[in-house]
Design a protein around this ligand. Structure first.
Ligand SMILES: [Zn+2]
Length: 197
């Protein structure tokens, strides 16, 4: 089932999301709905608060061949614990905790299904370590570099009550204030259903 997306200004996007346990009702069905909603909306990732649930869960399916932009290759690393986030990956992250952020700060434009019609440059560290459970409740601790690290940080922000525009430079933020205001009032075009705050 395709779920409606919560839009900038909706209070659920400002809440700190809570961990769940394996008794969480109808989790498998919810995860399937997240995937379906993400693909329908042409998103690379989707976090639970974006469909109105304040739980620590997000899904990502990153495949560079679907992207318009050329993604720079990173050097392959001898350390096999490090996942090259410029290569395709698909994961469901439950009870996610980013435990480390390091590496160079990289600037790259981001967009968000909850902020339709806007793309802004965001500076983020290019490497992160994350601990999470997958959809089978198997624990993982992984380090991602490159674009994958960016997508994870973007989705993770949604669990922390943040959105990517919180990170942009103050002067730029003042310039787009009116635009964000219009978006929060529903003045945008989107092919997906949505819920305003
Ligand atoms: Zn987002």
């Amino acid at each position: 089932m395709i779920l409606p997306i919560t839009i900038y200004g909706h209070p659920v996007l400002r809440k700190i999301a809570k961990d769940i346990d394996n008794e969480y009702p109808d989790l498998e069905n919810f995860i399937n709905n997240m995937w379906e909603t993400m693909y329908y909306s042409d998103g690379v990732g989707l976090a639970a608060p974006q469909v109105g649930k304040s739980i620590r869960m997000f899904v990502i399916d990153y495949n560079p061949e679907n992207e318009d932009e050329d993604i720079a290759e990173t050097d392959s690393d001898s350390n096999s614990d490090i996942i090259d986030g410029n290569k395709p990956f698909k994961r469901c992250f439950i009870n996610a905790q980013i435990t480390e952020r390091f590496g160079d700060e990289v600037i790259y434009p981001e967009g968000c299904l909850s902020i339709p019609g806007l793309n802004e440059n965001v500076k983020r560290p290019d490497t992160i370590t994350i601990e999470y459970y997958d959809e089978n409740w198997v624990f993982h601790k992984e380090t991602y570099t490159g674009f994958g690290a960016r997508v994870i940080q973007h989705e993770y922000d949604h669990l922390e009550g943040k959105v990517y525009t919180d990170h942009i430079a103050p002067i730029r933020k003042r310039l787009i204030k009116g635009k964000l205001n219009s978006i929060s009032k529903g003045k945008f075009k989107a092919k997906y259903r949505y819920i305003l705050g």
